[in-house]
Design a protein around this ligand. Structure first.
Ligand SMILES: [Zn+2]
Length: 132
């Protein structure tokens, strides 16, 4: 009888911890996936703005081969968004940076991150504040 009561308390405590912790975990997972996507966009943006045009003597408006771009990325493949969709990119030198249909473009994603962090604090810390 005592063991059954203890078992019920343990079950209730586990259920409560799950209910409290699940939204936190889902939020963490959402931020984690967005950051992974952001990192993938940076991996594509780096070689397409610098290495590939310089190494292949491409001018603005020339078409890049995604296979050549993939050579500059770890794993030798064009990464995909961890949420599934392929990135939208024209593979033309000088075109806007690659964009995720789910998370947005690189600059848009940075802006969203800045706004997200700014919304948590009511006021920005003073610039010349000494550490305490
Ligand atoms: Zn994405």
């Amino acid at each position: 009888m005592k063991a059954k009561k203890l078992w019920m308390w343990l079950l209730a405590a586990t259920a409560a911890a799950t209910i409290i912790g699940l939204p936190c975990y889902l939020k963490y997972r959402k931020v984690s996936l967005r950051n992974e996507c952001l990192n993938n966009l940076r991996q594509i943006d780096g070689p397409t703005t610098c290495c590939v045009p310089l190494a292949n003597r491409l001018a603005v408006g020339d078409k890049m081969d995604p296979k050549v771009v993939a050579q500059y990325i770890k794993g030798n493949t064009i990464p995909r968004c961890p949420c599934g969709p392929e990135y939208e990119y024209s593979w033309i030198v000088g075109s806007p940076p690659p964009k995720c249909p789910y998370h947005g473009a690189l600059l848009e994603t940075n802006t969203v991150l800045d706004w997200a962090s700014a919304s948590h604090s009511s006021e920005a810390p003073p610039r010349n504040s000494a550490p305490k």
